[in-house]
Design a protein around this ligand. Structure first.
Ligand SMILES: NC(=O)c1ccc[n+]([C@@H]2O[C@H](COP(=O)([O-])OP(=O)(O)OC[C@H]3O[C@@H](n4cnc5c(N)ncnc54)[C@H](OP(=O)(O)O)[C@@H]3O)[C@@H](O)[C@H]2O)c1
Length: 282
C-alpha cells in the first residue's frame, strides 16, 4: 500500500493516477474526501498532516509514502508527523524544492527553510528516503489565467526572467519510479523542465496554445510587491519570488536531464504543458 499525500494537488493527482495505472494499491490523503474528486481505484482517507495523532488510519499497513508537505502552515507538527510516518513506512519519497541546502534551516520563515527542515527530519527518521527537489512548476503560470481570460494581457514583473519550468506530471513520473524500487534510496534529484523560457516567452506560448495572441506588460517590482501583499501572500514568499526572478534575468535557470535519466522519457516542454492546460486559459 502506498500513501499519497497532497493527492488533490498539482503533483499528487498525477502520482495517484500513475500508480493506479501500474496496478498499485493507493491510499490518497485529503482533508476533505467529499470534494477531493479522486479516481475510484484509490482508497480516499481523511487526514491532516498538522494533526499527527489523527493519521493512524491513513498509515495502517502502508509500505511507502509520497509526501507533499504544506510548507510553513503545518511546520509546528512536523517532528511528530514525520515520526508517525517513519513508524510505519519503509520508504518516503518527499516533494522538496530546488535550492534546498542545510544552511537554509536558519531561515524558518522561508519555504526553502521549511523544506530543508523536513528533509533533515526525514533523513534522521529511519526509513529509506528519496528527495525530489523540483524547480518551479509550469502550473505556477495558472496564476495568470484570470488576466489572460479577461484582458489578453499579463501584467507581471521581470518578463526577462528565464526559467526552466517543469510539468507537474514529470515530477510525479519520477516519484512513481522512485516508489517502485530501491535504486533511488538516498538520492536527492534536482528536477527541471527541458528548456529555459523567459516569462514573456511563456505568455506567448500560452497564447499560441489557446489560439489567441497575448501580450506581456512589465510591472515594476515595487507595484507587484504591493499587489501580492494586498492579496494576502506571505511576505517571505513575495520577497523570495521577487529575488529569485530578478536573479534569473541575469543568470537563466539551469536545466537538468534527471527526468529523462530516471523515466526514460524527455521532460515535457512548456508548449506541451500549455496545450494540456489550454482549457484553464480560455
Ligand atoms: N510551485 C512550485 O513552483 C514548487 C516548486 C518546488 C516545490 N514545490 C512544493 O510543492 C508542494 C506543493 O505541491 P502541489 O503544487 O502539488 O500542491 P498544491 O496543488 O499546492 O496542493 C496542496 C496539497 O496539499 C494538501 N494539503 C494542504 N494542507 C494540508 C494539510 N494540513 N494536511 C494534509 N494535506 C494538506 C492539499 O490537500 P487537501 O486540500 O485535499 O487536504 C493539496 O493536495 C509544496 O510543498 C511546495 O513548496 C512547489
Amino acid at each position: 500500500m502506498i500513501l499519497v499525500t497532497g493527492a488533490t494537488g498539482n503533483v499528487g493527482r498525477h502520482v495517484v493516477s500513475a500508480l493506479l495505472d501500474k496496478g498499485a494499491d493507493v491510499r490518497a490523503l485529503t482533508r476533505d474526501p467529499a470534494s477531493a474528486g479522486l479516481p475510484e481505484g484509490a482508497e480516499v482517507v481523511r487526514g491532516d498532516l498538522a494533526d499527527p495523532a489523527g493519521l493512524d488510519a491513513a498509515l495502517e499497513g502502508v509500505e511507502s509514502v509520497f509526501l507533499v508537505w504544506p510548507t510553513l502552515s503545518a511546520d509546528h507538527a512536523a517532528p511528530a508527523t514525520i515520526d508517525a510516518i517513519a513508524g510505519r513506512a519503509r520508504h518516503i519519497v518527499y516533494l522538496s524544492a530546488r535550492g534546498v541546502s542545510h544552511d537554509l534551516e536558519q531561515e524558518p520563515e522561508s519555504i526553502l527553510g521549511s523544506h530543508a527542515r523536513i528533509e533533515r527530519l526525514i533523513r534522521g527518521s529511519g526509513p529509506e528516503w528519496t528527495f525530489l527537489r523540483a524547480g518551479g512548476f509550469a502550473a505556477n503560470t495558472l496564476m495568470w489565467a484570470q488576466q489572460i481570460r479577461d484582458t489578453g494581457v499579463v501584467r507581471w514583473f521581470h518578463g526577462n526572467a528565464a526559467r526552466s519550468l517543469i510539468h507537474e506530471r514529470d515530477i510525479a513520473a519520477v516519484g512513481v519510479s522512485a516508489l517502485a524500487g530501491k535504486d533511488h534510496h538516498g538520492a536527492a534529484y534536482v528536477l527541471t523542465g527541458p528548456e529555459t523560457l523567459t516569462q514573456a516567452e511563456q505568455v506567448t506560448t500560452i497564447g499560441e496554445a489557446i489560439g489567441r495572441p497575448l501580450r506581456w506588460e512589465e510591472l515594476p517590482p515595487d507595484i507587484a510587491r504591493r499587489q501580492m501583499l494586498a492579496q494576502g501572500w506571505p511576505p517571505s514568499l513575495v520577497e523570495g519570488m521577487l529575488g529569485a526572478h530578478a536573479a534569473t534575468v541575469t543568470v537563466p535557470e539551469r536545466v537538468t536531464s534527471t527526468v529523462e535519466e530516471i523515466t526514460g522519457t524527455p521532460a515535457t516542454t512548456f508548449r506541451q504543458w500549455a496545450t494540456d492546460h489550454a482549457h484553464d486559459f480560455r
